[in-house]
Design a protein around this ligand. Structure first.
Ligand code: SF4
Ligand code: SF4
Length: 210
């Protein structure tokens, strides 16, 4: 087989290589010069200097979060559909049954950012539009445990049930505050990395009534 050697641009003597280098440099700088004289066309974001004014597109999926109605109540019925549909076992819905009731209600909603693929399936399957993806993308931490979130600030029934109770004080009695995720919990049978499953049984319920 005959080998064909193709001359590369810039091959040759010093002068031709010099002019090729200048031409190549100017070609590369063309975009830079264009943005210099037309700053309004710049599309790159000067992050993090613009952190306070940074606006991301609505389609950005950075973190899963809850939606709340105008009274600050969620609409989650603890139906577990999102948990069952999550392909990555990143959601764990903990429910509870209040004394004297046969109906379950949400206790704690755990979401694992560390294993979420941001596929949005959970958002799409929720029958009550409880879930949404927000654009809070600064999630870097040094401890994997901090990538496990509790999305609900309180345990209690959905807003449709709560708002049937006219007395505000009586309504408050139906809900219990919940803080951030506060400990390792085995999710769908899989413990957090480095945490023994035996020590933290899968059925652990944070703050559940005794
Ligand atoms: S976005 Fe996808 S992977 Fe993440 S919690 Fe929802 S269903 Fe699971
Ligand atoms: S977030 Fe939606 S799908 Fe998930 S448990 Fe609550 S109501 Fe059901």
């Amino acid at each position: 087989m005959k080998t064909v050697i193709v001359a590369r641009p810039g091959d040759g003597n010093f002068v031709s290589r010099f002019f090729y280098g200048v031409k190549s440099l100017l070609t590369g700088m063309r975009v830079t010069f264009r943005y210099l004289v037309h700053p309004s066309t710049v599309v790159t974001q000067q992050y993090p200097e613009n952190r306070k004014t940074l606006k991301l597109a609505e389609r950005v999926r950075a973190q899963l979060s809850f939606t709340f109605d105008e009274n600050g109540f969620h609409k989650c019925t603890a139906c577990h559909i999102c948990e069952q549909q999550c392909p990555n076992a990143s959601i764990h819905v903990m429910d509870r049954k209040p004394a004297g009731s046969t109906k379950s209600e949400l206790d704690t909603f755990i979401w694992r950012l560390d294993s979420c693929t941001f596929c949005n399936l959970c958002v799409m399957v929720c029958p009550f539009q409880v879930l949404k993806m927000n654009s809070n993308f600064e999630s870097s931490v040094y401890d994997q445990k901090l990538l496990v979130y509790n999305l609900t600030p309180y345990a209690g029934p959905a807003s449709s049930v709560l708002m049937k109770v006219a007395d505000v004080e009586e309504r408050k009695k139906l809900i219990d505050a919940r803080g951030p995720y506060d400990g390792p919990t085995a999710l769908s049978g899989f413990p957090l990395a480095g945490i023994s499953k035996q020590v933290f049984p899968e059925t652990t319920q944070i703050g559940a009534p005794q």
